[in-house]
Design a protein around this ligand. Structure first.
Ligand code: GRF
Length: 197
């Protein structure tokens, strides 16, 4: 059994999938806390499951480093085996990444290394690609640059809007994220080995 701390910024549908999975008796991970950079709507899912939440708001700090220090201190209180960024819309500062690496993963709505950054779905549409998808990867100090753990593909339809395409991606990224957490918990994915390659 591993302890997982989830970081979110938005609606938390990936968080919800993890919470639903963790409610099953045989799930090999438990969600210990949910953190955010803002009072995220997705906190409602955590509250429903009685999971503690916390906010570390960047504007309250005079530098990224001091924000990262506070975030690191709060996350460390839970002593997680794994930190999952599930729609966390901030770039984690180096001091935070160094504290928990390689045990931080992120789910990104594109087939990395294509379309990193905050507008991956929009960028994929604008590029006219016929397929995109979702990637789970290890977080390093770059923007969506860490080693790829797994990916799932999604066809882009000519009628897709950013919203419809993102919804299709979200449908496949939830099981992708849940399965990845299971594989890490069972030791089938070794994050240390992945970053050493
Ligand atoms: C997901 O598409 C994820 O890949 C991206 O942000 C979105 C978060 O959605 N990083 P939600 O908050 O989990 O619903």
């Amino acid at each position: 059994m591993i302890d997982v701390l989830v970081l979110i910024s938005g609606t938390g549908s990936n968080l919800r999938a993890l919470l639903d999975a963790a409610a099953q008796a045989d799930f090999p991970a438990r969600i210990v806390a949910v953190g955010s950079d803002t009072d995220a709507p997705g906190f409602a899912h955590a509250r429903e499951f009685g999971i503690p939440t916390f906010v570390v708001s960047p504007p309250a700090f005079d530098s990224r480093e001091s924000w990262g220090d506070e975030l690191r201190s709060l996350v460390a209180l839970w002593n997680p085996d794994l930190v999952v960024c599930a729609g966390f819309m901030r770039i984690l500062p180096a001091n935070f990444v160094r504290a928990f690496a390689p045990h931080i993963i992120n789910v990104h709505p594109a087939l990395l290394p294509l379309f990193p950054g905050a507008h991956a779905v929009r960028d994929a549409l604008a590029a006219g690609v016929h397929e995109t998808g979702s990637t789970v990867h290890v977080v390093d100090e770059g923007v969506d640059t860490g080693p790829i753990i797994d990916q799932v593909r999604v066809a882009v339809d000519a009628r897709d809007t950013e919203e419809s395409l993102h919804e299709k991606i979200k449908q496949i990224e939830r099981p992708l994220l849940v399965d990845t957490v299971v594989s890490i918990a069972h030791g089938h994915i070794d994050l240390k080995e992945l970053v050493a390659q």
